[in-house]
Write a protein that binds this ligand. Structure first.
Ligand code: GTP
Ligand code: MG
Length: 312
């Protein structure tokens, strides 16, 4: 299939063409890189406004359940919704944890929805090396709302927050006690906090909300709303949607210009790592430096210096 007719099929909304394009972008094979390059170049800007929402939170907090409920609310309003999952842990395990859990059966069956599980093989570069391109593909295919699920793991949360228009943290009831610790860092990037599972323990959800609000109070600048919700019963989903729509009314889409830069930097690093092993000269030098280090002929610092002499 040539690039032009492939793009045409994507624009027509053919989901198989879209899915194949996403696979291409997530691939780490050099020949796929060439095809992906041509495809992304030929891809036009979307013809309508699009909104990118990112969701993060600990395993099992209800991210997929919430996204499905929100997605259903949106498709019922007539919008087209794409759901993407990023799984930072795939880099370590080589397999997807979210993969088969992100089924969202009701939403998947809806003809205005496209649900894409996370890549099954660990593609290099984490969240950022393919996600911006995948988002662009979905937008070109006519999806107005792009919902991205990511399991909350340190740096990947921050990266995701930079790739989307609005970033939501979904929290467990009772999570407030952990706020003293390292988790606080992410609050800086959060636009909305949802404390889920209000159906189970409304009181605890309320306490947790207050803890978040107190933690936010001592941070300057941002004041995201903190809402209780239930991804099981759907309570709070409409309220969250209202918050999003309100925020998007005067959203500064200039933020998106930075996404291209993030993508470039992330791709540069992941491609560098790949090509290091592929380009014979670099691979050779890398091997020499590795040997020199293991034989203690060079310190690691000197070896890095030596390697960069060759690269530059
Ligand atoms: N009682 C209750 N259960 C919920 C709620 N939201 C999700 N669950 C349940 O919690 C479990 C995990 O939900 P998921 O939506 O898969 O959570 P997740 O955050 O996407 O999980 P991972 O993708 O594995 O990180 C499921 O059994 C859900 O039915 C809720 O609001 N109330
Ligand atoms: Mg999930």
């Amino acid at each position: 299939l040539n690039t032009a007719s492939w793009v045409e099929n994507i624009l027509k909304g053919e989901t198989t063409a879209l899915a194949k394009a996403i696979t291409l972008l997530e691939s780490s094979l050099p020949e796929d890189w060439e095809a992906a390059k041509a495809l992304m170049k030929a891809l036009p800007e979307p013809t309508q406004p699009t909104y990118r929402l990112g969701f993060s939170g600990p395993p099992g907090v209800g991210k997929s359940s919430f996204i499905e409920k929100l997605g259903l609310a949106l498709v019922n309003q007539g919008a087209k919704v794409a759901v993407l999952a990023v799984d930072p842990s795939s880099q370590v395990t080589g397999g997807s944890i979210l993969g088969d859990k992100t089924r969202m059966e009701l939403l998947s069956r809806h003809d205005k929805a496209f649900v894409r599980p996370s890549p099954t093989r660990g593609h290099l570069g984490g969240v950022t090396s393919s996600l911006p391109g995948v988002i662009q593909l979905c937008e070109a295919a006519g999806y107005q709302w792009i919902l991205v699920e990511s399991v909350g793991v340190g740096q990947s949360e921050v990266e995701l927050s930079q790739m989307v228009d609005i970033f939501t943290l979904i929290s467990q009831p009772g999570a407030g006690d952990e706020l003293q610790g390292i988790k606080k860092g992410i609050l800086e990037y959060v636009d909305l906090i949802l404390v889920n599972k209000v159906d189970r323990d409304p009181q605890l959800v309320n306490v947790t909300r207050q803890q978040f609000l107190a933690a936010l109070k001592i941070m300057k600048g941002k004041s995201p709303q903190v809402l209780g919700c239930s991804a099981l019963t759907g309570a709070g989903v409409d309220e969250a949607l209202q918050v999003y729509q309100e925020m998007l009314k005067d959203f500064d889409f200039k933020k998106r210009e930075d996404v291209a830069l993030f993508w470039f930097e992330s791709l540069l690093l992941s491609e560098f790592a790949k090509r290091l092993k592929r380009e014979p000269q670099l691979a050779q030098k890398l091997k020499e430096c590795q040997e020199a280090v293991s034989k203690k002929l060079m310190t690691p610092i000197d070896a890095v210096e030596e390697f960069f002499k060759t690269v530059l």
